[in-house]
Design a binder for this molecule. Structure first.
Ligand code: SF4
Length: 475
């Protein structure tokens, strides 16, 4: 067996932030190359602290879905996964045995050499004349590989320069330039550097967003996919603006390359993880008799299971109830009835008005999406194998902008937790609360919280920042 875990950043505020990772996970699931494909996030659930526990096999390949190496891929993800590694990841990745699982952690997809092919694929979308030896119409064409760049991390620009160097050797373009938004050489100086009459710009960005849709077109004066610049220093030029590389379907192939390379160096697949399977069998034996988990009602019907919000019990299943797949459950529970993002799935705000009819394998997936890691962590709690992490330990682990939560006094943490956790189903084991019965015993809201989630950490940080600002204004 082999499990693939894709790690995204996610967001506490924006439910679209995780969409690109979903898309690749869905594509890879469909390709059937792995026994399971799971997503994990820094700012959503399953969190980086939980995600390994949710994998069904003892052979796990973890791929950071980032466009370049940096703080997240070198510091945050290894630390939160418990890899015992900080700093640059070697090309062959890192392998560790964690909780009985062999975990292989790779470089981010953006640094794989196959990204050069994705840049060319994006260029071809705006310039279909681009053949194997260059543009078939013979017009001299330059390529700009456009990166964000940052003077704080040289890795961010290195990958752009490497791709530009590889493409310069192909003869596809008369000139190839690596230009940046936030470091030299800057993209807004392109008219002085680029001589060719036709210029393709491919943004080396992970997703379509503020930069690709707004700042780049505004800064460069682009009016659409094709923009003419009749009065440039080297004569009239036409710019073809491509979509970002990170949303191209071929990224799924890059992910497969990375996983295969990790596999090739480190041996064959693993076995079913026994603790994980025992947890799901405990849950399924309740589901077969009909059960509730959190806000959901699970009803067995002729060998399949119907899942719906418990407040929709008895509601006719016709037009008023959207019928969804397991991935549809994932999409439904990401926003409230009012359309607000739900970064913590155990907040009491699961939307109503949908139902899913699922076989046993799909039910597992749907429950995983609705309440990530809850079956595994609740079962571990029932076996006395879930170790709570006190707030002080969680706070000490924080780095970067979150390090300031170490300054929060216990009363501040408790005040924020009372507000945030008061809306959550979970019982705060990390704060000394006790959970005696869980949904595995028939108490739907009985779920453990072994460690403060990143949402609470972010709220505590806000509280510390507010107090500091208030103290400064009093002075
Ligand atoms: S820290 Fe609070 S809000 Fe976050 S998961 Fe735990 S109980 Fe819920």
């Amino acid at each position: 067996m082999r499990s693939l875990v894709l790690i995204g950043h996610g967001s506490h505020l924006n439910s679209d932030s995780a969409r690109a990772v979903f898309r690749y996970a869905d594509l890879l699931r469909g390709a059937g190359l792995f026994d399971e494909v799971i997503e994990g996030y820094w700012k959503e659930e399953p969190s980086l602290r939980q995600v390994l526990r949710t994998t069904a096999s003892t052979d796990v390949t973890v791929i950071p879905m980032f466009i370049s190496e940096g703080y997240f891929t070198e510091t945050v993800i290894p630390r939160e996964l418990g890899l015992g590694h900080q700093g640059p990841v070697p090309p062959e990745g890192i392998a560790r045995v964690i909780g009985g699982r062999t975990v292989r952690y790779t470089l981010p997809y953006g640094v794989h050499p196959a990204m050069t092919d994705v840049i060319v694929a994006r260029a071809r979308e705006v310039l279909p004349e681009l053949g194997a030896d260059g543009p078939a119409d013979g017009i001299e064409t330059a390529l700009i590989v456009l990166g964000h760049g940052t003077t704080r991390n040289e890795n961010s620009s290195r990958v752009i320069h490497e791709n530009a160097a590889r493409l310069a050797g192909t003869g596809l373009f008369s000139e190839v330039h690596a230009l940046f938004l936030d470091e030299e050489p800057r993209v807004n100086g392109w008219p002085d550097r680029v001589r060719a009459p036709r210029v393709v710009i491919v943004p080396f960005f992970a997703s379509e967003g503020w930069h690709t849709l707004e700042t780049i077109p505004q800064d460069l004066g682009l009016t659409g996919q094709v923009t003419d610049f009749p009065g440039n220093p080297h004569g009239p030029q036409q710019v073809l603006y491509a979509r970002p590389v990170g949303t191209h379907a071929a990224i799924a192939d890059v992910i497969v390359h990375l996983a295969e390379e990790a596999r090739g160096t480190l041996g064959p697949g693993g076995d079913a993880e026994r603790g994980h399977e025992a947890a799901w069998q405990a849950f399924l034996s309740r589901a077969r008799a009909g059960t509730r988990i959190g806000e959901l009602l699970i009803t067995p019907e002729l060998g399949v299971f119907e899942v719906r919000h418990q407040l929709d019990e008895g509601r006719p299943g016709g037009d008023l109830m959207t019928l969804v797949t397991p991935e549809g459950v994932r999409d439904q529970v990401r926003v409230t009835d009012g359309g607000e993002h739900r970064p913590v799935h155990t907040l009491r705000s699961v939307p109503r008005g949908w139902r899913a009819v699922l076989n046993e394998a799909d039910l597992r997936r749907a429950v995983h999406y609705a309440y990530p890691a809850m079956v595994e962590e609740t079962y571990a709690h029932s076996c006395h194998a879930l170790r709570p992490t006190p707030w002080a330990t969680t706070a000490r682990r924080q780095t970067g902008i979150y390090a300031k939560v170490q300054r929060a006094v216990p009363e501040q943490v408790e005040r924020v937790a009372t507000r945030v956790c008061g809306a959550c189903l979970r019982t705060r084991l990390w704060a000394g609360e006790r959970l005696t019965h869980s949904f595995l015993d028939g108490v739907p809201g009985g779920m453990p919280c072994a460690e403060a989630c990143t949402f609470l950490v972010a709220e505590v940080r806000e509280e510390v920042a507010r107090k500091k600002a208030a103290a400064a204004s009093d002075d």
